[in-house]
Design a protein around this ligand. Structure first.
Ligand code: ATP
Ligand code: MG
Length: 506
């Protein structure tokens, strides 16, 4: 018997959808084992089985040779297995510390909650992660990157021996990723087994001992990292060639569509005073403008100003096609032809009660209305099914619940919704977060198409190489200020990173 997890002939079906089929492989104690595969390959489903979230499946799982059947996450936690989910699972109304201790509160003798101890312990975990999150802060007030760190700190509290991380870095910027890797390194030295799902080959190759590839719910191969390479893994996971095209070829900028002049966004009660300060730039039709910067630099805030969702009212002047543009609500922005694909799909992008069709068509329903005011379902269905094909959304049917889709496929539905509105200006806030390599290429091709059709696009990304490959120009923000603008001819990762951390110019 070897120590570790043995997965034996595991099959999981959701109604007609087979998420996992006859999957067998094992994970050794102490190893860093990466699980890779396209969106919908079954990665999260398998991890949910290992961590007790899903109790109903065929096949068996054993731990150090002993068969296990976890009925819930508590069972798995008792066996030393904890999971950090892909979609965050925090209670937004509660404080950071309350979330971390939910269900395992520290009590004093007679049962009173010991808030002090919980806050102290929470603060200690953040210190270990090297980040400054206030344990008293309400989770709803944290940005998604910080929320992810709360999830990680929460799992660390359990002192798990086996830690499952489902795309933990998808919302983190380079600096935060480095910080997380330091923590992972520490955990490995302490003998913690790590199961790690990621779409980022850099991470997979940097950290793994072994890599398991899943495709369409099946186990394809488990490889030693030292005996393989990215090409082989990418090839195994997509099972076909992917287009590594040149996404910016033949682009010509047209008329001016956006003129931003000295845009500033106040930050009441904060020492820095301004979330954004004196930002000026222009955008033409047929251009892709990238916004680079570290977490907290103001990338999302800038897009929010242009979509009418910023917390405070921005000052300065913005013109859209020559007209003064001051949206205070998304409806204002949409009417003017602006759309935003958000980074935070759970809070702002997805309508969890609705199905796939409704999520895609909700912003364009007006166009499908017949003269009697009824929604013409044939037309709507055509539009939705075109979008599903175009973006290769993997779903049972268009009537499936949006939550039944894998994370990456949910993201594709959000993109499809906004594309259907045919905007003049499309704002994409980290659009490929959690999207697999094949689908990324599809999204890049769509961006290039939209550009050719005369749309203007502004894109942010947590992956700098992505911006470098798809943008015509890149603006760099640091602490709310524009530190540098790059033309395509002088893009360089080092120079952009330097501008993103160059406080001296601010
Ligand atoms: N609760 C559910 N109900 C119905 N189908 C589901 C459910 N959960 C997952 N599925 C389906 O199972 C398949 C595998 O999903 P899973 O979430 O495991 O994929 P994944 O590999 O994690 O993908 P991603 O990289 O996009 O996160 C998908 O086709 C998905 O639609
Ligand atoms: Mg997943």
């Amino acid at each position: 018997m070897t120590l570790g997890i043995a997965i034996d002939r595991v099959t999981k079906r959701f109604g007609g959808v087979t998420a996992l089929e006859d999957v067998s492989f094992s994970i050794a104690r102490g190893e860093f084992h990466a699980i890779v595969g396209e969106n919908g390959a079954g990665k999260s489903t398998l991890m949910k089985i290992l961590s007790g979230v899903i109790a109903d499946y065929e096949g068996s799982v054993s731990l150090d040779g002993v068969p296990q059947r976890f009925n819930d996450t508590r069972d798995a936690e008792r066996a030393g297995i904890a999971i950090i989910h892909q979609e965050l699972n925090l209670v937004e109304q509660l404080s950071v510390a309350a979330n971390m201790f939910l269900g395992r509160e520290i009590r004093r003798g007679i049962g009173w909650l010991d808030d002090r101890s919980m806050e102290r312990e929470a603060a200690r975990q953040f210190e270990r992660l090297g980040c400054a999150i206030n344990p008293n802060e309400r989770v709803s007030r944290l940005r998604i990157g910080d929320q992810q760190l709360v999830e990680i700190a929460k799992a660390l509290l359990l002192n798990a021996e086996i830690l499952i991380m489902d795309e933990p870095t998808s919302a983190l910027t380079e600096g935060e990723v480095e910080r997380l890797f330091d923590v992972i390194q520490l955990l490995r030295e302490q003998g913690v087994t790590i199961l790690y799902i990621s779409h980022k080959m850099d991470e997979v190759f940097r950290l793994s001992d072994r890599i398991t590839v899943l495709r369409d719910g099946r186990w394809i191969r488990t490889l030693d990292r030292a005996a393989t390479n990215r090409q082989e893994v990418t090839h195994l996971l997509v099972g076909r060639e992917i287009d590594a095209g040149n996404w910016t070829e033949d682009r010509r900028a047209g008329e001016l569509i956006l003129e931003v002049d000295s845009l500033s966004l106040p930050w009441p009660g904060h020492a820095r005073e301004w979330r954004l300060k004196d930002i000026s730039f222009e955008l033409r039709r047929g251009e892709v403008l990238g916004i680079a910067g570290l977490m907290g630099a103001g990338r999302t805030e800038l897009l929010e100003c242009l979509f009418g969702t910023s917390e405070a009212a921005p000052i300065g002047s913005v013109k859209l096609i020559g007209q003064v543009f001051q949206p205070r609500h998304p409806a204002d922005a949409m009417r003017a032809g602006v759309a935003l694909v958000t980074e935070d799909r759970k809070r702002l992008g997805l309508f969890s009660q609705l199905n796939v069709r409704e999520n895609i068509s909700m912003c364009t329903l007006k166009e499908f209305a017949t003269s009697a005011g009824l929604i013409s379902s044939a037309k709507e269905q055509q539009c939705v099914s075109d979008a599903i094909v175009k973006l290769a959304v993997k779903t049972g049917s268009m009537e499936s619940s949006i939550l039944s889709l894998s994370g990456g496929n949910q993201q594709k539905c959000v993109i499809a919704r906004w594309l259907a509105t045919e905007p003049v200006l499309l704002l994409l806030d980290d659009p490929t977060r959690g999207v697999d390599v094949g689908a990324k290429a599809e999204i890049y091709a769509i961006i290039a198409d939209l550009c050719r059709a005369g749309m203007g696009l502004i894109v942010t990304s947590s992956e700098l190489p992505e911006l470098i490959s798809i943008c015509d120009r890149i603006l760099v923000l640091c602490e709310g200020r524009l530190t540098r603008a790059f033309e395509r001819s002088d893009f360089s990762e080092e120079a952009i990173m330097e501008a993103a951390t160059s406080h001296s110019l601010a």
